[in-house]
Ligand binder design. Structure first.
Ligand code: FVH
Length: 283
């Protein structure tokens, strides 16, 4: 069913959202602070709103995707929201989402927060995921409209949950980036080729090791960190070896040292027989 959707914010992500909804056959109204960013979307069939208020007026579903929540408030503050569903896909914190949900509700609107787990080029493709939380009525009403953007994953009525899970997933990503860059720094210390190493060895290794993580999560939930693989004492010795090798090779240690510290601290507190899941007690 063709729906009327307004999109506020036409940066890289907002434009990808607008293009995908247009391609899915929806009637899309767009507004951006710098108006020229709407030109190509208008050429593809979008309607240009002259003001943010006009964009909100045009559709029952208003998607906002701008730099930060301060910009969201700046844009929507002067605009009536009664009867509107505001879907905020701007990256933010749980506290900001909860405050924004209250603020929209006070002004007569319904609020859904979202976390986009994709880069703009992935929007509309098979790997894209959007986390949603907030008004269940609003999510249920627009789930199918939003499905062309990305696989939807609704987390519950607490608007803060989407950013909480978004930040958790980004945290996992940054840890993986830290590990991958450190691995490449070690190989680069001997001018070894990196592309083939990464594709044929590193990614399969990380993928295999990622398979252990659900068991760690279960151990953490159970508060039981016994292990049948290398315990923390073995990891402590292995990490000391790794850090020494980095120093000898002249490769940067900065991303590794915090991990070494928490392993050392946990073992020093008498938990050397535990598995890696026990490190969470140090965080
Ligand atoms: N791009 C990505 O890969 C990530 C993927 C995950 C989700 N993020 C978040 O999406 C939000 C928007 O990101 P973006 O990539 O579209 O960012 P930009 O291309 O830099 O566009 C920023 C838009 O925000 C508008 N804007 C900024 N400040 C204001 C303001 N005070 N008033 C009105 N609009 C404002 C800006 O307008 P303009 O500069 O073109 O006039 C752009 O439309 C973001 O939360 C990511 O973390 C993207």
């Amino acid at each position: 069913m063709s729906e009327s959707v307004s999109i506020i914010g036409l940066g890289l992500m907002g434009r990808a959202l607008a293009e995908t909804l247009l391609a899915a056959g929806h009637r899309v109204t767009v507004w951006n602070r710098s108006a020229a960013k709407a030109d190509d979307l208008v050429a593809k069939g979008a309607t240009r709103a002259a003001t943010a208020a006009e964009a909100v007026e045009a559709s029952p579903l208003v998607i906002v995707c701008v730099l930060d929540y301060a910009a969201v408030h700046e844009i929507l503050d002067p605009v009536p929201l009664t009867g509107k569903v505001v879907l905020n896909l701007t990256n933010g914190r749980p506290a900001e989402a909860r405050e924004t949900a209250r603020w929209v509700a006070e002004r007569g609107g319904d609020y859904v927060d979202g976390g986009i787990m994709a880069v703009p080029q992935m929007v509309g493709g098979p790997g894209a995921l959007i986390l949603y939380s907030g008004s269940q009525t609003a999510f249920d009403r627009y789930e199918e409209t939003l499905r062309p953007l990305a696989r939807p994953h609704y987390l519950g009525t607490d608007a803060g949950l989407a950013p909480l899970y978004d930040l958790a997933l980004l945290t996992g990503m940054y840890g993986q980036i830290a590990g991958a860059l450190s691995a490449m720094a070690l190989l680069r210390s001997e001018n070894r080729p990196l592309t083939d190493f990464t594709a044929s060895l590193l990614v399969p290794w990380l993928t295999a090791m990622a398979g252990l993580q659900p068991a760690w999560a279960a151990a953490i939930e159970a508060g039981e960190h016994a292990t049948e693989v290398s315990n923390l004492e073995v990891n402590r010795v292995g990490m000391a070896n790794l850090v020494r090798a980095f120093a000898e090779q002249g490769a940067g240690l900065d991303l590794l040292l915090p991990m070494k510290k928490i392993i050392d601290d946990r073992v020093a507190r008498g938990h050397g027989a535990e598995g890696l899941s026990g490190l969470i007690e140090e965080l």
